[in-house]
Design a binder for this molecule. Structure first.
Ligand code: NAD
Length: 497
């Protein structure tokens, strides 16, 4: 079965690579020429464990390819995954521009029955929207269908239909001897011919199905999550499409992965519900940790005790500087916005969003309490990625914290094992170091901002000797407070005693 993936980002690339590893023939498409060029020259645009090996293996086996030619990829495929970005609009709602453009491109190049699978995180009703866009824009694709009459570019400017997206082909001319618009009707004969052809093509729409198949992979363990998911959610109204989806995921059936088969609306809402719940859990333990700081209680023991309750589970009970990344912040805002549009105030989730925003500021207060004044102070930051094992810095709390520190006059030295190149694009003027010890040298304090494993076993005596003041702020609770304090540091974690 031939598969096309539109959007070769974190989700699209991992999906494409893993599906090709399942033995399917996959073409990953992206409009970003530099990204495709890099992939075609053996490079990889993101850092994700084990991804490079899988890509390399499947490219060599001829099952995985990369292109900017969406037309060819769509036409040759039976199943088209959409894995484009759905960033936040200013009002917090999901910006569906990339989804809509992808749908228009698919419509323009639809040449036979296809299953369109949406993997992006989208508001309820987007599958229907994709269906509508493809139906409405298909009547432009009749030009590319064998045997159909085709219109000229000039006539195309009279089109009432939605604009054909950029990656279209040049249209041919309807055989028409007259170039004069008849006075009687005022309509150019070629336009009448085009409308007639459009009417015909509308009666002969190429069939297709739209399926919602939200993705739950986590950056940092994306390959493992894709190949060993805790569930696969498929929202489909078509039995035929469902069967094709089940065939694609057959290797996962063999390892007893639970499948949730539902309608597209439910599938779309499942994704937001999961992310909103996880964001709520993180925020809850962050707030408990903030309370611990005030009363001298220990959040680790509280989290452990909570986690022993089978109804709660120990996962996502690790306090920190607030959730970040490309999903939780935008998805929680989007779900609040979806509710608002339905005239429902999602009170608990709105509080989560606001508490998470406040958490960054509370971290600055913590640093300030130990340094008194931030102006002119040299602060060392370990970690830039929003979490370990990724180079992603989208809505990263370490990056937000650095920006707040800079605003208060602090100077920053920093290091991250993977995210420095990305950080340089948005923070070009801070000092980037080659390792943890370079960061510590001459700083007034050292802050752990991302939970990379390699930060868990620092040579603390060496760090202490390099720092100007022995102040150690651990925003990920990687160290035991007593042990660090015994070495002569002033230590602050989050909710630790
Ligand atoms: P991304 O920004 O890394 O990648 C999107 C890619 O799509 C970009 O490379 C962009 O150039 C390309 N693109 C956009 N429009 C295109 C078009 N018309 N034709 C070809 N290429 C196009 O995004 P991502 O992090 O992979 O996320 C994609 C979606 O998956 C989002 O909705 C996100 O919420 C969701 N999601 C992300 C994760 C994650 O961990 N990143 C996990 C689960 C779900």
């Amino acid at each position: 079965m031939k598969i096309c993936i539109i959007g070769t980002g974190y989700v699209g690339l991992v999906t494409g690579a893993c599906l090709s590893d399942f033995g399917l023939e996959v073409t990953c498409v992206d409009q970003d020429e530099a990204k495709i060029l890099l992939l075609n020259s053996g490079g990889i645009p993101i850092y994700e464990q084990n991804l490079e090996e899988i890509i390399d293996k499947n490219v060599k086996a001829g099952r995985l390819s990369f292109t900017t030619d969406i037309e060819k990829a769509v036409k040759e495929s039976e199943v088209i995954f959409i894995a484009v970005g759905t960033p936040s609009n200013h009002d917090g709602s999901a910006d569906l521009t990339q989804i809509e453009n992808a749908a228009k491109q698919i419509a323009a190049d639809l040449n036979s029955y296809k299953v369109i699978v949406n993997k992006s995180t989208v508001p309820v009703g987007t599958a229907s929207r994709i269906k509508k866009i493809i139906s409405e824009n298909q009547n432009l694709s009749w030009r590319a269908t064998e045997g159909s009459a085709e219109i000229s570019n000039e006539e195309n400017s009279h089109c009432e239909e939605a604009e054909r997206p950029k990656q279209s082909h040049s249209a041919h001319v309807i055989p028409d001897s007259s170039s004069v618009i008849p006075v009687k009707t005022g309509i150019h004969p070629s336009v009448i011919a085009r409308r007639e052809a459009t009417r015909q093509s509308q009666q002969e729409l190429i069939p297709f199905d739209v399926v919602s198949n939200p993705e739950f992979l986590r950056e940092g363990s994306a390959v493992r999550d894709f190949t060993h998911p805790d569930k696969i959610v498929i929202g489909s109204e078509s039995e035929k499409a469902l069967k094709i989806m089940q065939e694609i995921y057959r290797p996962l059936y063999l390892i007893d992965t639970p499948f949730v088969i539902t309608n597209p609306e439910t599938a779309e809402l499942i994704k937001y519900a999961c992310n909103a719940f996880l964001a709520t859990k993180i925020t809850f333990i962050n707030e408990i940790a903030n309370l611990c700081d005030k009363v001298g209680a220990d959040v680790h023991q509280i989290a452990r005790a909570m986690g022993l309750d089978g109804r709660i589970s120990p996962k996502f009970l690790h306090p920190g500087p607030g959730y970040g990344g490309s999903c939780f912040p935008k998805d929680t805002r989007a779900l609040c916005s979806i509710a608002e549009r339905l005239d429902y105030e999602f009170k608990s989730l709105k509080s989560v969003v606001s508490a998470n925003n406040r958490q960054r500021g509370l971290m600055i207060e913590k640093i300030k309490r130990l340094l008194v004044d931030l102006k002119g102070k040299q602060i060392g930051i370990l970690g830039l990625a929003f979490k370990q094992n990724t180079d992603d810095i989208r809505e990263s709390s370490p990056i937000d914290i650095i920006k707040l520190l800079l605003k208060q006059g602090a100077k920053i030295k920093c290091f991250d094992p993977m995210a420095i190149d990305n950080a340089k694009k948005i923070l070009p003027d801070i000092e980037y170091c080659k390792n943890e010890y370079d960061v510590a040298e001459g700083c007034n304090c050292l802050v752990i901002a991302t939970e990379w494993n390699q930060f868990r076993n620092l040579d603390l005596l060496r760090i202490k000797a390099l720092l100007k003041n022995p102040i150690f702020i651990d925003l990920r609770n990687l160290y035991e407070p007593e042990k660090v304090k015994e070495l002569g540091f002033k230590y602050e974690g989050i909710g630790r005693r």
